[in-house]
Write a protein that binds this ligand. Structure first.
Ligand code: ADP
Ligand code: MG
Ligand code: MG
Length: 474
Protein backbone atom coordinates (compact mmCIF):
# COMPACT_ATOMS: atom_id res chain seq x y z
CA UNK A 1 0.00 0.00 0.00
CA UNK A 2 2.90 2.28 0.62
CA UNK A 3 3.81 2.69 -3.02
CA UNK A 4 2.01 1.78 -6.21
CA UNK A 5 3.82 -0.11 -8.92
CA UNK A 6 5.88 2.38 -10.96
CA UNK A 7 3.55 3.17 -13.84
CA UNK A 8 4.71 3.01 -17.41
CA UNK A 9 6.77 6.17 -17.67
CA UNK A 10 5.19 7.05 -20.97
CA UNK A 11 1.62 8.43 -20.50
CA UNK A 12 0.68 7.39 -24.04
CA UNK A 13 1.59 3.79 -23.20
CA UNK A 14 -0.47 4.05 -20.01
CA UNK A 15 -3.40 5.36 -22.04
CA UNK A 16 -3.19 2.42 -24.43
CA UNK A 17 -3.03 -0.02 -21.55
CA UNK A 18 -6.06 1.65 -19.95
CA UNK A 19 -8.08 1.20 -23.16
CA UNK A 20 -7.27 -2.49 -23.28
CA UNK A 21 -8.06 -2.81 -19.57
CA UNK A 22 -11.43 -1.07 -19.98
CA UNK A 23 -12.31 -3.45 -22.83
CA UNK A 24 -11.32 -6.38 -20.59
CA UNK A 25 -13.73 -5.05 -17.92
CA UNK A 26 -16.61 -5.02 -20.39
CA UNK A 27 -15.77 -8.54 -21.58
CA UNK A 28 -15.52 -9.96 -18.05
CA UNK A 29 -18.34 -8.26 -16.14
CA UNK A 30 -16.19 -5.81 -14.18
CA UNK A 31 -18.95 -3.25 -14.61
CA UNK A 32 -21.31 -0.92 -12.76
CA UNK A 33 -24.38 1.06 -13.79
CA UNK A 34 -23.55 4.38 -15.44
CA UNK A 35 -24.83 7.44 -13.54
CA UNK A 36 -25.48 9.12 -16.89
CA UNK A 37 -28.20 6.57 -17.75
CA UNK A 38 -31.30 6.97 -15.56
CA UNK A 39 -32.28 3.31 -16.06
CA UNK A 40 -28.88 1.91 -15.11
CA UNK A 41 -29.83 1.36 -11.47
CA UNK A 42 -33.07 -0.50 -12.12
CA UNK A 43 -32.85 -2.34 -15.46
CA UNK A 44 -30.14 -5.01 -15.64
CA UNK A 45 -28.03 -4.92 -18.77
CA UNK A 46 -28.75 -1.27 -19.50
CA UNK A 47 -26.30 1.62 -19.20
CA UNK A 48 -23.16 -0.23 -18.14
CA UNK A 49 -19.74 1.31 -17.67
CA UNK A 50 -16.49 -0.32 -16.56
CA UNK A 51 -16.01 -0.10 -12.79
CA UNK A 52 -13.45 2.56 -11.85
CA UNK A 53 -10.09 0.85 -11.43
CA UNK A 54 -6.44 1.42 -10.84
CA UNK A 55 -4.30 0.49 -13.83
CA UNK A 56 -1.77 -1.50 -11.81
CA UNK A 57 -1.96 -3.08 -8.34
CA UNK A 58 -0.83 -1.26 -5.17
CA UNK A 59 2.36 -2.46 -3.51
CA UNK A 60 2.09 -4.08 -0.10
CA UNK A 61 4.91 -5.70 1.88
CA UNK A 62 4.00 -9.37 2.38
CA UNK A 63 4.17 -9.36 6.22
CA UNK A 64 1.27 -6.86 6.37
CA UNK A 65 -0.74 -9.03 4.02
CA UNK A 66 -0.15 -12.08 6.24
CA UNK A 67 -1.03 -10.06 9.32
CA UNK A 68 -4.32 -8.87 7.82
CA UNK A 69 -5.26 -12.39 6.68
CA UNK A 70 -4.52 -13.83 10.12
CA UNK A 71 -6.81 -11.29 11.74
CA UNK A 72 -9.88 -12.31 9.70
CA UNK A 73 -10.89 -15.46 11.62
CA UNK A 74 -10.21 -13.73 14.94
CA UNK A 75 -12.51 -10.83 14.06
CA UNK A 76 -15.13 -13.34 12.83
CA UNK A 77 -15.05 -15.11 16.18
CA UNK A 78 -15.11 -11.80 18.06
CA UNK A 79 -18.22 -10.61 16.21
CA UNK A 80 -19.99 -13.84 17.08
CA UNK A 81 -19.08 -13.66 20.76
CA UNK A 82 -20.03 -10.01 21.13
CA UNK A 83 -23.33 -10.60 19.32
CA UNK A 84 -24.38 -13.00 22.07
CA UNK A 85 -24.04 -10.35 24.78
CA UNK A 86 -27.24 -8.38 24.21
CA UNK A 87 -26.80 -6.27 27.34
CA UNK A 88 -23.31 -5.22 26.29
CA UNK A 89 -24.67 -3.99 22.94
CA UNK A 90 -27.62 -2.20 24.55
CA UNK A 91 -25.52 -0.59 27.28
CA UNK A 92 -22.67 0.51 25.02
CA UNK A 93 -25.10 2.12 22.60
CA UNK A 94 -27.48 3.56 25.21
CA UNK A 95 -26.22 7.15 24.88
CA UNK A 96 -26.05 6.92 21.09
CA UNK A 97 -29.68 5.82 20.96
CA UNK A 98 -30.81 9.08 22.56
CA UNK A 99 -29.37 11.23 19.81
CA UNK A 100 -29.36 8.96 16.77
CA UNK A 101 -32.74 7.83 15.49
CA UNK A 102 -31.40 5.18 13.15
CA UNK A 103 -29.34 3.43 15.81
CA UNK A 104 -32.28 3.77 18.16
CA UNK A 105 -34.60 1.92 15.75
CA UNK A 106 -32.08 -0.89 15.31
CA UNK A 107 -31.72 -1.15 19.09
CA UNK A 108 -35.48 -1.28 19.50
CA UNK A 109 -35.69 -4.37 17.25
CA UNK A 110 -32.74 -5.84 19.09
CA UNK A 111 -34.44 -5.27 22.46
CA UNK A 112 -37.65 -6.93 21.20
CA UNK A 113 -35.62 -9.98 20.20
CA UNK A 114 -34.00 -10.05 23.64
CA UNK A 115 -37.43 -9.91 25.30
CA UNK A 116 -38.68 -12.98 23.45
CA UNK A 117 -35.33 -14.75 23.97
CA UNK A 118 -34.88 -15.10 20.23
CA UNK A 119 -32.03 -17.45 19.49
CA UNK A 120 -30.19 -17.59 16.20
CA UNK A 121 -28.97 -21.16 15.94
CA UNK A 122 -27.48 -20.78 12.51
CA UNK A 123 -25.35 -17.64 12.36
CA UNK A 124 -23.78 -16.36 9.16
CA UNK A 125 -21.38 -13.44 8.92
CA UNK A 126 -19.90 -12.07 5.67
CA UNK A 127 -17.58 -9.36 6.91
CA UNK A 128 -14.85 -7.09 5.63
CA UNK A 129 -12.21 -5.62 7.88
CA UNK A 130 -10.56 -2.51 6.38
CA UNK A 131 -7.02 -1.32 7.06
CA UNK A 132 -4.56 1.37 6.15
CA UNK A 133 -0.82 1.28 6.54
CA UNK A 134 0.21 4.12 8.83
CA UNK A 135 3.40 5.59 7.43
CA UNK A 136 4.51 7.20 10.68
CA UNK A 137 4.49 4.01 12.76
CA UNK A 138 4.78 1.63 9.82
CA UNK A 139 1.91 -0.41 11.19
CA UNK A 140 -1.27 -1.85 9.77
CA UNK A 141 -4.21 -0.15 11.50
CA UNK A 142 -7.88 -1.03 11.24
CA UNK A 143 -10.20 1.59 9.79
CA UNK A 144 -13.39 -0.31 10.57
CA UNK A 145 -15.08 -3.69 10.51
CA UNK A 146 -18.11 -4.02 8.24
CA UNK A 147 -20.68 -6.62 9.24
CA UNK A 148 -23.55 -5.68 6.92
CA UNK A 149 -23.74 -5.44 3.15
CA UNK A 150 -19.99 -5.56 2.62
CA UNK A 151 -19.53 -4.46 -0.96
CA UNK A 152 -17.40 -5.66 -3.87
CA UNK A 153 -16.96 -9.37 -3.07
CA UNK A 154 -18.18 -9.85 -6.66
CA UNK A 155 -16.05 -7.30 -8.51
CA UNK A 156 -12.93 -7.38 -6.29
CA UNK A 157 -11.68 -10.75 -7.60
CA UNK A 158 -12.08 -9.50 -11.18
CA UNK A 159 -9.71 -6.62 -10.51
CA UNK A 160 -7.07 -9.10 -9.30
CA UNK A 161 -7.62 -11.05 -12.53
CA UNK A 162 -7.41 -7.91 -14.65
CA UNK A 163 -4.11 -6.94 -13.02
CA UNK A 164 -2.65 -10.41 -13.54
CA UNK A 165 -3.68 -10.28 -17.17
CA UNK A 166 -2.04 -6.89 -17.68
CA UNK A 167 1.13 -7.99 -15.89
CA UNK A 168 1.24 -11.13 -18.02
CA UNK A 169 1.10 -8.97 -21.08
CA UNK A 170 3.29 -6.07 -19.99
CA UNK A 171 5.19 -7.67 -17.10
CA UNK A 172 8.58 -7.68 -18.74
CA UNK A 173 8.47 -3.98 -19.49
CA UNK A 174 7.16 -3.28 -16.02
CA UNK A 175 9.43 -5.80 -14.21
CA UNK A 176 6.44 -7.37 -12.45
CA UNK A 177 5.41 -10.98 -11.90
CA UNK A 178 1.73 -12.01 -12.06
CA UNK A 179 2.08 -14.49 -9.19
CA UNK A 180 2.78 -11.60 -6.80
CA UNK A 181 -0.91 -10.62 -7.12
CA UNK A 182 -2.54 -12.92 -4.53
CA UNK A 183 -5.45 -15.13 -5.60
CA UNK A 184 -8.82 -13.66 -4.74
CA UNK A 185 -11.85 -15.93 -4.39
CA UNK A 186 -14.15 -13.57 -2.49
CA UNK A 187 -17.15 -14.10 -4.78
CA UNK A 188 -17.08 -17.90 -4.82
CA UNK A 189 -16.28 -18.02 -1.09
CA UNK A 190 -19.17 -15.73 -0.19
CA UNK A 191 -21.47 -17.88 -2.34
CA UNK A 192 -20.09 -21.00 -0.65
CA UNK A 193 -20.84 -19.62 2.83
CA UNK A 194 -24.37 -18.63 1.78
CA UNK A 195 -24.87 -22.11 0.25
CA UNK A 196 -23.66 -23.82 3.41
CA UNK A 197 -26.07 -21.76 5.49
CA UNK A 198 -28.82 -22.77 3.05
CA UNK A 199 -27.83 -26.44 3.54
CA UNK A 200 -27.96 -26.05 7.32
CA UNK A 201 -31.45 -24.56 7.01
CA UNK A 202 -32.31 -27.81 5.24
CA UNK A 203 -35.41 -27.04 3.18
CA UNK A 204 -34.87 -28.09 -0.44
CA UNK A 205 -37.43 -25.73 -1.93
CA UNK A 206 -36.17 -22.67 -0.03
CA UNK A 207 -34.38 -19.73 -1.62
CA UNK A 208 -31.83 -17.08 -0.71
CA UNK A 209 -33.39 -13.63 -0.51
CA UNK A 210 -31.10 -10.72 -1.28
CA UNK A 211 -32.33 -7.48 0.27
CA UNK A 212 -31.53 -4.73 -2.24
CA UNK A 213 -32.09 -1.03 -2.72
CA UNK A 214 -34.78 -0.10 -5.26
CA UNK A 215 -32.05 1.57 -7.35
CA UNK A 216 -28.64 -0.06 -7.32
CA UNK A 217 -25.91 0.80 -9.77
CA UNK A 218 -23.64 -1.73 -8.09
CA UNK A 219 -25.99 -4.58 -9.02
CA UNK A 220 -23.41 -6.55 -11.03
CA UNK A 221 -21.28 -6.98 -7.94
CA UNK A 222 -24.36 -8.62 -6.41
CA UNK A 223 -25.27 -10.65 -9.51
CA UNK A 224 -21.85 -12.34 -9.33
CA UNK A 225 -22.88 -13.90 -6.00
CA UNK A 226 -26.26 -14.86 -7.48
CA UNK A 227 -24.51 -16.52 -10.41
CA UNK A 228 -22.22 -18.65 -8.20
CA UNK A 229 -25.15 -19.67 -5.98
CA UNK A 230 -27.04 -20.92 -9.02
CA UNK A 231 -24.21 -22.44 -11.01
CA UNK A 232 -22.29 -24.11 -8.19
CA UNK A 233 -25.12 -25.03 -5.82
CA UNK A 234 -28.38 -24.83 -7.80
CA UNK A 235 -29.73 -22.28 -5.31
CA UNK A 236 -32.13 -19.56 -6.48
CA UNK A 237 -31.72 -15.97 -5.30
CA UNK A 238 -34.69 -13.64 -5.07
CA UNK A 239 -34.00 -9.89 -5.10
CA UNK A 240 -36.39 -7.93 -2.87
CA UNK A 241 -36.48 -4.46 -1.39
CA UNK A 242 -37.55 -4.06 2.23
CA UNK A 243 -40.71 -2.38 0.91
CA UNK A 244 -41.53 -5.50 -1.11
CA UNK A 245 -40.84 -7.78 1.85
CA UNK A 246 -43.37 -5.81 3.89
CA UNK A 247 -45.99 -6.18 1.13
CA UNK A 248 -45.31 -9.78 0.13
CA UNK A 249 -43.93 -11.43 3.25
CA UNK A 250 -45.32 -13.16 6.31
CA UNK A 251 -44.10 -15.55 8.96
CA UNK A 252 -45.83 -18.92 9.52
CA UNK A 253 -46.50 -20.13 13.08
CA UNK A 254 -43.42 -22.37 12.90
CA UNK A 255 -41.23 -19.33 12.14
CA UNK A 256 -40.81 -19.90 8.40
CA UNK A 257 -40.55 -16.68 6.40
CA UNK A 258 -42.57 -16.76 3.18
CA UNK A 259 -42.00 -14.04 0.59
CA UNK A 260 -43.88 -14.06 -2.68
CA UNK A 261 -44.99 -17.60 -1.72
CA UNK A 262 -41.41 -18.85 -1.37
CA UNK A 263 -39.71 -20.17 1.75
CA UNK A 264 -36.67 -18.11 2.64
CA UNK A 265 -33.65 -20.03 3.93
CA UNK A 266 -31.18 -17.13 4.06
CA UNK A 267 -31.68 -13.36 4.04
CA UNK A 268 -28.58 -11.69 2.57
CA UNK A 269 -28.64 -7.93 3.14
CA UNK A 270 -27.14 -5.70 0.44
CA UNK A 271 -29.27 -2.86 1.80
CA UNK A 272 -30.59 -1.93 5.22
CA UNK A 273 -27.38 -0.31 6.50
CA UNK A 274 -28.43 3.33 6.06
CA UNK A 275 -31.48 5.35 7.19
CA UNK A 276 -32.24 5.93 3.46
CA UNK A 277 -33.16 2.25 3.22
CA UNK A 278 -36.02 2.82 5.69
CA UNK A 279 -38.03 5.68 4.13
CA UNK A 280 -41.24 4.69 5.95
CA UNK A 281 -42.55 2.44 8.72
CA UNK A 282 -43.08 -0.31 6.11
CA UNK A 283 -39.34 -1.00 5.82
CA UNK A 284 -38.93 -1.13 9.59
CA UNK A 285 -41.77 -3.66 9.86
CA UNK A 286 -40.10 -5.72 7.13
CA UNK A 287 -36.87 -5.67 9.13
CA UNK A 288 -38.71 -6.76 12.27
CA UNK A 289 -40.57 -9.49 10.38
CA UNK A 290 -37.32 -10.94 9.06
CA UNK A 291 -35.73 -10.76 12.49
CA UNK A 292 -38.65 -12.65 14.04
CA UNK A 293 -38.48 -15.43 11.46
CA UNK A 294 -36.36 -18.56 11.52
CA UNK A 295 -34.47 -17.63 8.31
CA UNK A 296 -30.71 -17.32 8.59
CA UNK A 297 -29.94 -13.60 8.62
CA UNK A 298 -26.76 -12.26 7.12
CA UNK A 299 -26.45 -10.28 9.26
CA UNK A 300 -28.78 -10.59 12.25
CA UNK A 301 -29.61 -7.37 14.06
CA UNK A 302 -26.96 -8.24 16.68
CA UNK A 303 -24.24 -8.81 14.08
CA UNK A 304 -25.15 -5.48 12.51
CA UNK A 305 -24.88 -3.67 15.85
CA UNK A 306 -21.47 -5.24 16.54
CA UNK A 307 -20.29 -3.49 13.37
CA UNK A 308 -21.18 0.02 14.60
CA UNK A 309 -18.43 2.57 15.10
CA UNK A 310 -19.37 2.94 18.77
CA UNK A 311 -18.86 -0.80 19.43
CA UNK A 312 -15.54 -0.67 17.55
CA UNK A 313 -14.49 2.10 19.92
CA UNK A 314 -15.79 0.28 23.00
CA UNK A 315 -13.91 -2.90 22.07
CA UNK A 316 -10.69 -0.88 21.96
CA UNK A 317 -11.09 0.14 25.62
CA UNK A 318 -8.87 -1.65 28.15
CA UNK A 319 -10.07 -5.11 29.28
CA UNK A 320 -13.06 -5.24 26.95
CA UNK A 321 -11.68 -7.78 24.43
CA UNK A 322 -10.88 -10.00 27.41
CA UNK A 323 -14.60 -10.31 28.14
CA UNK A 324 -15.17 -12.00 24.81
CA UNK A 325 -12.02 -13.91 23.88
CA UNK A 326 -9.83 -16.24 25.93
CA UNK A 327 -6.78 -16.64 23.72
CA UNK A 328 -4.20 -14.05 24.82
CA UNK A 329 -2.29 -14.17 21.53
CA UNK A 330 -5.46 -13.48 19.57
CA UNK A 331 -6.24 -10.54 21.83
CA UNK A 332 -2.74 -9.14 21.35
CA UNK A 333 -3.04 -9.46 17.56
CA UNK A 334 -6.33 -7.56 17.55
CA UNK A 335 -5.06 -4.86 19.84
CA UNK A 336 -2.01 -4.29 17.67
CA UNK A 337 -4.20 -3.19 14.76
CA UNK A 338 -6.41 -0.83 16.78
CA UNK A 339 -5.88 2.86 16.14
CA UNK A 340 -6.66 5.44 18.83
CA UNK A 341 -10.44 5.54 19.38
CA UNK A 342 -12.34 7.73 21.83
CA UNK A 343 -15.92 8.35 22.86
CA UNK A 344 -16.84 11.98 23.31
CA UNK A 345 -17.41 11.93 27.05
CA UNK A 346 -13.64 12.45 27.32
CA UNK A 347 -13.12 16.22 27.69
CA UNK A 348 -9.36 16.04 27.35
CA UNK A 349 -9.53 14.42 23.93
CA UNK A 350 -12.15 16.89 22.71
CA UNK A 351 -9.82 19.71 23.68
CA UNK A 352 -6.89 18.09 21.86
CA UNK A 353 -9.01 17.44 18.76
CA UNK A 354 -10.16 21.06 18.65
CA UNK A 355 -6.53 22.18 18.90
CA UNK A 356 -5.22 19.69 16.31
CA UNK A 357 -8.15 18.60 14.14
CA UNK A 358 -5.82 17.35 11.40
CA UNK A 359 -4.81 14.44 13.64
CA UNK A 360 -8.35 13.08 14.04
CA UNK A 361 -11.44 11.84 12.20
CA UNK A 362 -14.91 12.46 13.63
CA UNK A 363 -17.32 9.64 12.80
CA UNK A 364 -21.09 9.39 13.18
CA UNK A 365 -22.84 5.98 13.43
CA UNK A 366 -23.22 5.61 9.69
CA UNK A 367 -22.10 3.28 6.91
CA UNK A 368 -21.50 3.64 3.21
CA UNK A 369 -18.93 6.43 3.01
CA UNK A 370 -19.15 10.21 2.87
CA UNK A 371 -20.22 10.72 6.49
CA UNK A 372 -16.99 11.50 8.34
CA UNK A 373 -15.84 14.95 9.42
CA UNK A 374 -12.28 16.22 9.00
CA UNK A 375 -10.03 19.19 9.58
CA UNK A 376 -11.64 22.60 10.13
CA UNK A 377 -15.16 21.09 9.89
CA UNK A 378 -14.17 18.77 12.70
CA UNK A 379 -13.03 21.68 14.87
CA UNK A 380 -16.17 23.66 14.08
CA UNK A 381 -18.50 20.69 14.76
CA UNK A 382 -16.87 19.77 18.06
CA UNK A 383 -16.88 23.38 19.26
CA UNK A 384 -20.54 23.80 18.35
CA UNK A 385 -21.69 20.49 19.87
CA UNK A 386 -19.78 21.20 23.05
CA UNK A 387 -21.40 24.63 23.35
CA UNK A 388 -24.86 23.17 22.76
CA UNK A 389 -24.22 20.77 25.63
CA UNK A 390 -26.48 17.76 26.21
CA UNK A 391 -25.84 14.39 24.63
CA UNK A 392 -25.38 15.46 21.00
CA UNK A 393 -21.71 14.43 21.13
CA UNK A 394 -22.74 10.82 21.79
CA UNK A 395 -23.73 10.47 18.13
CA UNK A 396 -20.02 10.46 17.21
CA UNK A 397 -16.72 8.80 17.99
CA UNK A 398 -13.27 10.24 17.49
CA UNK A 399 -10.54 8.31 15.76
CA UNK A 400 -6.84 8.84 15.32
CA UNK A 401 -6.22 9.88 11.74
CA UNK A 402 -4.10 7.37 9.85
CA UNK A 403 -1.63 8.68 7.28
CA UNK A 404 -0.73 6.20 4.55
CA UNK A 405 2.21 7.07 2.34
CA UNK A 406 1.13 8.51 -0.98
CA UNK A 407 2.48 7.31 -4.33
CA UNK A 408 1.87 7.87 -8.03
CA UNK A 409 -0.61 5.72 -9.91
CA UNK A 410 -2.94 5.75 -12.90
CA UNK A 411 -6.66 5.68 -12.07
CA UNK A 412 -9.18 4.88 -14.79
CA UNK A 413 -12.75 6.17 -14.54
CA UNK A 414 -15.32 6.46 -17.32
CA UNK A 415 -12.70 5.52 -19.93
CA UNK A 416 -10.35 8.31 -18.88
CA UNK A 417 -6.94 7.60 -17.39
CA UNK A 418 -5.58 10.08 -14.80
CA UNK A 419 -2.25 10.05 -13.09
CA UNK A 420 -2.40 11.05 -9.43
CA UNK A 421 -0.91 10.87 -5.97
CA UNK A 422 -2.85 8.11 -4.26
CA UNK A 423 -3.32 6.19 -1.02
CA UNK A 424 -4.88 2.76 -0.57
CA UNK A 425 -7.12 0.92 1.86
CA UNK A 426 -6.96 -2.87 2.16
CA UNK A 427 -10.13 -4.83 2.94
CA UNK A 428 -10.02 -8.49 3.96
CA UNK A 429 -13.23 -10.48 3.59
CA UNK A 430 -14.17 -13.02 6.20
CA UNK A 431 -16.89 -15.65 6.31
CA UNK A 432 -18.21 -17.24 9.45
CA UNK A 433 -20.92 -19.87 9.75
CA UNK A 434 -21.98 -21.52 12.92
CA UNK A 435 -24.74 -24.03 13.57
CA UNK A 436 -25.44 -24.31 17.29
CA UNK A 437 -22.13 -25.43 18.85
CA UNK A 438 -20.44 -26.28 15.59
CA UNK A 439 -18.29 -23.77 13.69
CA UNK A 440 -18.75 -24.77 10.06
CA UNK A 441 -16.75 -21.98 8.42
CA UNK A 442 -14.32 -19.45 9.82
CA UNK A 443 -12.15 -18.18 6.99
CA UNK A 444 -10.34 -15.31 5.40
CA UNK A 445 -11.88 -15.23 1.95
CA UNK A 446 -10.34 -12.80 -0.44
CA UNK A 447 -9.60 -9.10 -0.43
CA UNK A 448 -10.40 -5.72 -1.85
CA UNK A 449 -8.00 -2.89 -2.34
CA UNK A 450 -9.46 0.59 -2.80
CA UNK A 451 -7.32 3.47 -3.96
CA UNK A 452 -8.12 7.18 -3.94
CA UNK A 453 -6.30 10.39 -4.61
CA UNK A 454 -4.53 11.38 -1.43
CA UNK A 455 -6.27 14.74 -1.26
CA UNK A 456 -9.67 13.05 -0.76
CA UNK A 457 -10.72 12.33 2.83
CA UNK A 458 -13.40 9.78 2.12
CA UNK A 459 -12.92 6.37 0.56
CA UNK A 460 -16.11 4.85 -0.91
CA UNK A 461 -16.03 3.51 -4.48
CA UNK A 462 -19.81 3.61 -4.94
CA UNK A 463 -19.82 7.06 -3.32
CA UNK A 464 -17.40 8.18 -6.08
CA UNK A 465 -14.25 8.80 -4.03
CA UNK A 466 -12.12 5.75 -4.77
CA UNK A 467 -11.38 3.18 -7.46
CA UNK A 468 -11.13 -0.61 -7.21
CA UNK A 469 -7.65 -2.01 -6.97
CA UNK A 470 -5.77 -5.21 -6.13
CA UNK A 471 -2.42 -5.74 -4.52
CA UNK A 472 1.12 -6.65 -5.41
CA UNK A 473 3.15 -8.34 -2.70
CA UNK A 474 6.68 -7.10 -2.18
P1 ADP B 1 -17.88 3.88 6.33
O1 ADP B 1 -18.55 2.88 7.21
O2 ADP B 1 -18.78 4.99 5.92
O3 ADP B 1 -17.16 3.24 5.19
P2 ADP B 1 -15.22 4.43 7.40
O4 ADP B 1 -14.88 4.36 8.85
O5 ADP B 1 -14.72 3.31 6.57
O6 ADP B 1 -16.81 4.60 7.28
O7 ADP B 1 -14.69 5.80 6.80
C1 ADP B 1 -14.85 6.13 5.43
C2 ADP B 1 -13.51 6.45 4.80
O8 ADP B 1 -12.87 7.50 5.52
C3 ADP B 1 -12.51 5.31 4.81
O9 ADP B 1 -12.69 4.47 3.69
C4 ADP B 1 -11.18 6.05 4.79
O10 ADP B 1 -10.84 6.43 3.47
C5 ADP B 1 -11.47 7.30 5.59
N1 ADP B 1 -11.09 7.10 7.00
C6 ADP B 1 -11.84 6.55 7.97
N2 ADP B 1 -11.18 6.50 9.14
C7 ADP B 1 -9.97 7.03 8.92
C8 ADP B 1 -8.81 7.27 9.74
N3 ADP B 1 -8.82 6.95 11.03
N4 ADP B 1 -7.74 7.84 9.16
C9 ADP B 1 -7.73 8.18 7.84
N5 ADP B 1 -8.78 7.99 7.02
C10 ADP B 1 -9.90 7.41 7.54
MG1 MG C 1 -18.47 0.78 6.96
MG1 MG D 1 -15.55 1.99 5.29
Amino acid sequence: MSAAVPPPADPAAAGEMAREAAAWCALHGLVVGDRADPRSGTVPGVGLVHAPFSLLPAHLPEPFWKQACELAPIFNELVDRVSLDGNFLQDSLSKTRQVDDFTSRLLEIHRKMMEINKEENIRLGLHRSDYMLDSETSSLLQIELNTISTSFPGLGPLVSELHRTLINQYGRVLSLEPKRVPGNAASSKFAEALARAWTEFDVDSAIVMMIVQPEERNMYDQYWITKYLKESYGITTLRKTLTQVEAEGHVLPDGTLLVDGKKVAVVYYRAGYTPNDYPSEAEWSARLLIEQSSSVKCPSISYQLVGTKRIQQELANPNVLERFLENKEDIAKLRKCFAGLWSLDDEEIIKTAIEKPELFVLKPQREGGGNNIYGLDLRETLTRLQKEGGDALAAYILMQRIFPKASLAYLVRGGICHEGLVISELGIYGSYLRSKDKVITNDQCGYLMRTKVSSSDEGGVAAGFAVLDSLYLT
